[in-house]
Design a protein around this ligand. Structure first.
Ligand SMILES: Nc1ncnc2c1ncn2[C@@H]1O[C@H](COP(=O)(O)OP(=O)(O)OP(=O)(O)O)[C@@H](O)[C@H]1O
Ligand SMILES: [Zn+2]
Length: 599
């Protein structure tokens, strides 16, 4: 539309220029306009007139010469002139030129008026279109034919699938279901972290039941103008009633469904109105209309409690991050369409991707295929997957970063220290791969491969983790001496300290303090979140004991690691050499090194 406006603006400016040009021209040719000429004539001041078509030259009685232009041919002019005894000479204009001359004289003005009208109409149209579209919902409607997604495409969330499967039965034959006395929820709230497949699952319900799928995002409802969101809600539900049976899917419901009156400055009228309208519409459902409202959020805690009341989103389905088995299944779903090399081990990939969501895994498969394509391979190999995984987890390799031989050696010793301790303490996840190619912000990385998703960790396993975390710094210390130790262990130290603190204050692993909770920090992310606790409930004396106990625990595991590393200095050197040579070594090479085999 702006292109159009711009076009017409340019035309308008051009026209004005032309008109000004014409005017200048006219001024040159015609000293006076035609009306002035007539008035001069009426005042009997003209001596002689010469007519040439529409151009008129005349001489006043004082002998001054003028010319003028007759815009419309005036057939009575000659008579008038003769009556006033004015000498007339020249040729009269041809008859057929009358219309032409009218046209010529009025053309620029008409054009200008036309353009102006067009311009105004355009503006008016756009404004009214704009106003109308404020209220119209931005619903994207997919017909049942377009949704080809079925439950087979959604992997690794069997419980969630089971919970929603009865909705499919209902949507297929709502009336039959009602007659049998089935009670169907009006709204289903899907709760889960981003990328876990909430949208996918909702689409799969529509696909399985072969019904239409209306999708919109909560943020679509939040508009600047009061009342617009509410009218959009009305629109969506009205449309849904027309095309029922169908599913209305609202992503990010928290954008509208936040606790009312919770915004700063006493609430947000527009959002509240929208939310109220949504509640009204939900209450208006008969239950046999064949419409199911599915909403997704990853912030169920901020939702207005009115939304969760019976008869509204009374069914809640948790879609959580997949476990190892789930990840394997999701990988299988996405690998279906790419040619795989025989060396691809899906189980190893599933094991080494803890915390990956379905979306991350889909991204992993995609990136791997891209890596394979870039190196002109016909099949996607395990090394492509490894590369893609590392890229997603810690950022791309920074091969361009220049590391001196000394820095590389330093990193090689540090990482080898982690690997060796990790292999030799009990219950530790085995090192899967180690690299000294800088990635993201890390100079080197050691990857451990968890056997399974750990929900609870044993004391022994935790202590082994602490020992392994200090392996890197200890190796630096042993080779280069305490004066040369780098700051590269800052993250290792942070994680180890947090583990030890949690063991003492939260998990009851200190004999002296016993199994009591000494912290008000409820964060369950035990490794990566530092404990910021002001320990309101802990006396100064206890606080001192806590510090001592943490220190003791760390010292114990630090010394254990030191002994192990001292006993295996030959492996440390060999692994450093291997890393300097290959930059990255895998679990098989690590096995060989640990068995003192040459690689
Ligand atoms: N369980 C799964 N099985 C197969 N693929 C999945 C699964 N979960 C996610 N994916 C993949 O990730 C993509 C994104 O998932 P989806 O949009 O459904 O996540 P979401 O939970 O709705 O995320 P958000 O909260 O960010 O909207 C899907 O299109 C699909 O390719
Ligand atoms: Zn380290």
């Amino acid at each position: 539309m702006f292109k159009n406006l711009f076009f017409w603006l340019v035309i308008l400016i051009l026209l004005i220029c032309v008109l000004i040009g014409l005017n200048i021209n006219n001024n040159k040719k015609h000293d006076v306009d035609y009306t002035t000429f007539l008035s001069i004539m009426n005042k009997n001041e003209i001596k002689k007139v010469s007519i040439n078509g529409n151009h008129i030259n005349f001489i006043k009685k004082n002998n001054s010469k003028y010319n003028t232009y007759m815009p419309i041919h005036d057939p009575k002019l000659l008579n008038k002139l003769l009556l006033k005894h004015i000498i007339v000479s020249g040729i009269a204009p041809k008859k057929q030129s009358i219309i032409f001359s009218i046209f010529i004289s009025w053309f620029p003005t008409l054009l200008l008026i036309g353009v102006w009208f067009y311009f105004m109409k355009q503006v008016k149209n756009n404004v009214s279109k704009g106003i109308n579209s404020f209220g119209k919902s931005k619903t994207k409607i997919f017909s049942d034919k377009k949704i080809k997604i079925t439950f087979l495409d959604v992997a690794g969330c069997d419980e969630a699938k089971e919970e929603v499967s009865e909705l499919v039965e209902y949507l297929k034959e709502p009336i039959k279901f009602q007659n049998l006395g089935g009670k169907i929820p009006k709204g289903v709230l899907m709760i889960g972290p981003p990328g876990t497949g909430k949208t996918l699952l909702a689409k799969a319900i529509a696909g399985e039941a072969r019904v239409s799928f209306l999708t919109l995002s909560g943020s679509d409802f939040v508009e600047m103008f009061v009342g617009v969101g509410a009218s959009r809600v009305r629109d969506v539900f009205n449309h849904a009633r027309k095309i029922a049976p169908c599913i209305i899917f609202i992503d990010e419901i928290d954008a509208v469904g936040r606790q009312r009156g919770s915004a700063f400055g006493g609430g947000n009228d527009e959002r509240e109105q929208t939310l109220n309208q949504m509640l009204v519409e939900m209450d208006g459902f008969e239950g046999n209309e064949g419409i199911i409202l599915i909403a997704a959020t990853n912030r169920p805690d901020v939702l207005d409690s009115a939304l969760l009341r019976p008869g509204r989103f009374d069914r809640q389905v948790i879609v959580s991050l997949p476990d190892i088995r789930g990840r394997k299944k999701i990988l299988e779903v996405h690998m279906k369409n790419i040619p795989l090399n025989t060396d691809v081990d899906i189980m190893v990939l599933a094991r080494s991707t803890p915390g990956f969501s379905g979306a991350d895994l889909s991204n992993l498969v995609n990136e791997s295929a891209l890596f394979a394509a870039r190196s002109n391979q016909k099949f996607v190999s395990m090394s492509n997957f490894e590369k893609a995984k590392d890229k997603i987890m810690i950022g791309s390799e920074r091969r361009s970063m220049i590391m001196t031989e000394i820095q590389k050696e330093f990193t090689a010793y540090h990482e080898s220290g982690h690997v060796i301790i990790g292999r030799l303490v009990p219950e530790h996840d085995p090192a899967h791969k180690v690299t000294i190619v800088p990635r993201g912000r890390a100079l080197g990385v050691t990857f451990f491969l968890p056997e399974s998703d750990m929900i609870s960790l044993s004391r022994q396993k935790l202590e082994s983790q602490i020992s392994t975390l200090y392996g890197g710094r200890l190796a630096e210390e042993m080779i280069y001496g305490t004066k040369q130790v780098s700051t590269g262990s800052v993250n290792d130290i942070k994680i180890a300290t947090n583990l030890a603190r949690n063991m003492v204050t939260k998990w009851g692993f200190s004999e002296k303090l016993g199994p009591l909770l000494y912290t008000d920090n409820e964060d369950n992310n035990m490794i990566f979140n530092p404990v910021f606790s002001n320990n309101k409930y802990v006396s100064d004396a206890t606080s001192r004991i806590i510090d001592q106990e943490i220190k003791l625990l760390i010292e114990k595991n630090y010394n254990r690691a030191k002994k192990i590393l001292n006993d295996n200095l030959d492996i440390l050197h060999a692994m450093k050499d291997a890393l300097m040579k290959y930059e990255t070594i895998d679990s098989k090479q690590i096995d060989d090194l640990m068995n003192r085999k040459k690689i």
